[in-house]
Design a binder for this molecule. Structure first.
Ligand SMILES: Cc1cc2nc3c(=O)[nH]c(=O)nc-3n(C[C@H](O)[C@H](O)[C@H](O)COP(=O)(O)O)c2cc1C
Length: 204
């Protein structure tokens, strides 16, 4: 396979995995994932990220309690094999510390995919409670958490907007704006209805 095809294949195969079997991730694999984060680019090469790796089951379960958005709970965090809490230091010398940390996270999820390890970004959490629990210094900002583990089943592929509705060449032209129906379709079939069902039946 061409290198470009290999990279695209990993990018496309990365899914948000919400069912994990709880198997331990080997130390070497976890280190490769963290190394991929370490090699991310950052503003002024400030490397403002700090990663906290949590693997203890009881801690993951506790973290999971802090991860929710309104009625939507990210219970899969409690079933993951590991969670990496991505923090960033706003004073590390990069104005783009949030972006930097997000790029590091992206590198990690792609590396995980290449190793056959599932991942899921978690952006909804109680920052202060997490900070307290993990003894994270007040000056750091928690950017996101990423749950890692071996997938049970196979996550469906949420559709993407077509290039024709998101790319503008040379200047921005309104005619390309995706209409509401295209947007809805591309954010997952029966997206809202499906989410509601999952909440009602305690699924994800
Ligand atoms: C910054 C960010 C925050 C996210 N937060 C959550 C979350 O709190 N809980 C969750 O289950 N999924 C979360 N996701 C996963 C998205 O729902 C998912 O990426 C999207 O539906 C596309 O699916 P895919 O990742 O399988 O391509 C988040 C993704 C990103 C990039």
């Amino acid at each position: 396979m061409k290198e470009s095809d290999m990279i695209f294949d990993i990018i496309k195969r990365r899914r948000s995995v919400r069912r994990f079997d709880g198997t331990t991730i080997p130390k070497e694999a976890m280190e490769q994932i963290l190394e991929a984060g370490r090699w991310a680019p950052s503003g002024a090469n400030a490397q403002p990220w700090r990663f906290i790796v949590v693997t203890r089951k009881e801690k993951l379960a506790e973290i999971s309690d802090f991860c929710y958005y309104k009625l939507f709970k990210s219970r899969h965090v409690g079933e993951a094999s590991a969670a990496v809490v991505i923090c960033a230091d706003p004073d590390a010398g990069s104005q783009t510390y949030v972006l930097d940390a997000a790029i590091a996270g992206t590198n990690m999820t792609l590396m995980a995919t290449s190793l056959g390890i599932g991942s899921c970004w978690i952006g909804a959490f109680e920052e202060q409670n997490l900070k307290k629990m993990l003894h994270i210094p007040e000056k750091l900002k928690i950017i996101a958490l990423i749950a890692f583990g071996y997938e049970v089943g196979k996550a469906s592929v949420p559709p993407r907007l077509p290039l024709s509705s998101i790319v503008h060449y040379e200047t921005y032209e309104d005619k390309n704006e995706p209409d509401l129906i295209t947007k809805k379709k591309s954010s997952g079939p029966f997206s809202v209805f499906g989410k509601l069902l999952r909440v009602l039946f305690n699924r994800r």
